[in-house]
Write a protein that binds this ligand. Sequence first.
Ligand SMILES: N[C@@H](CCC(=O)N[C@@H](CS)C(=O)NCC(=O)O)C(=O)O
Length: 199
Amino acid sequence: MSMKLLLRGPSPFGRKCTFAIQHLGLSDRIDIASPDSEDHIRGHNPLAKVPTLLREGEDALFDSRVILEYLDTLADGDKIIPAEATARFAALRQAALADGILEAALLITYEGRYRPDQTPYQPWLEFQRGKIARGLAVLAGTPPIIEDLTVGSIGLACALEYMDFRRQYDWRPEFPALVTWLDDFNDGHPIFADTRPSD
Ligand SMILES: N[C@@H](CCC(=O)N[C@@H](CS)C(=O)NCC(=O)O)C(=O)O
């Protein structure tokens, strides 16, 4: 079965998927490509967001959470989404928090990029930064286990490095435990660096 993962730019949601594809040994089954046009991606995903996974003869899959679950299934399951209920919901909860942090960070970026008058609305930025700060505080208190890669640890690592890349939130001085966590994560999963975004 040949599949195509549509990505655009340095998408942190896309990075979750490209890293998981490599980690799960699925690279020979899934090509990474840019959409040919806006219409191309809209034809497969009405939300026109990346990542979107194209599958031969089947509906496209989105969003990144669904794609990660599908990748886990392709790898016979219980790999990045634990089968055991307590571990499963702990990982899914961490993943939801990490996604929420990413969404807030992305909204901060979009506020600067898409506002017609080019003046970001500061209360909105602070509102989003509050979500990031509270989310990181929870994850710093009980960070995901690094050795057993899950959707929780993948999400957190992608969120932290996305904020390093776009600088929406200066998380490092406030959360030294997460600085150590990210260093350990990179040591434990050297292929993560291969997916690091660059402009
Ligand atoms: N919840 C989605 C978020 C995906 C998302 O927001 N992707 C961004 C790029 S990082 C995008 O395609 N933005 C274009 C748009 O919103 O139209 C997921 O997890 O995949």
